[in-house]
Design a protein around this ligand. Structure first.
Ligand code: IMP
Ligand code: MG
Length: 179
């Protein structure tokens, strides 16, 4: 690994900002899903840190499952080609599915996933996304629980990566030059 090529990102959203917002979202979800059969469906890999924190901020009985989706490739722009890299480990029929995503960018990944999950007959499907970049949207997506709207910058940290790296940063940062 060429460690000299790994830049220290500029902080966009601090650890404290993330902690506070995740607590608010957890409280909102706790109110909305009382008496529901909640299953959190995390989209790997980017959502793992958000999901771990959000799940602990939800004061309800719930289940957790994961699926893997890849929108190729390793550059800072997504191509819109979506593939399942891992499927859910169980059925969600009759359950209240809350998709946990790191960021909605073009919206193509969420559009594909919503369509796929519909065939499995959940009682309801909503989306919780830590981030949204509305400037890049190609298909309209309703994000029911949104952490932060951000400008069109490539961000890393708190689960989000560039070429597999930076996921372990406890904050959201930028590595582009802002152009
Ligand atoms: P989509 O363009 O909405 O389909 O976004 C697909 C996926 O691209 C997201 O779930 C992220 O995994 C990834 N992605 C989009 N924007 C960023 C970013 O700024 N940083 C890291 N990953 C991103
Ligand atoms: Mg993702």
């Amino acid at each position: 690994m060429d460690r000299d090529a790994i830049k220290t990102p500029q902080v966009m959203l601090s650890q404290a900002q993330l902690t506070n917002r995740v607590a608010e979202l957890g409280a909102e979800i706790t109110r909305d899903y009382a008496a529901k059969d909640l299953v959190l469906v995390g989209v790997l890999k980017g959502s793992f840190m958000f999901m771990a924190d959000l799940a602990r901020a939800i004061d309800l009985p719930l289940r957790c499952d994961f699926l893997g989706l890849s929108s190729y490739g390793s550059s800072t722009k997504s191509t819109g080609v979506v593939a399942f890299t891992k499927d859910l480990s169980g059925p969600v029929e009759g359950r209240d599915v809350l998709i946990i995503e790191d960021i909605v960018d073009t919206g193509l990944t969420m559009a594909y996933l919503l369509k796929n999950l519909q065939t499995r007959k959940p009682a309801s499907t909503r989306i919780a996304s830590l981030l949204s970049k509305p400037a890049r949207r190609q298909v309209e997506i309703d994000v029911d629980y949104l952490g932060f709207t951000i400008e069109d910058r490539f961000v890393v940290g708190y689960g989000l990566d560039f070429d597999g790296l930076y996921r372990n940063l406890p904050y959201i940062g930028t590595i582009d030059d802002g152009d």
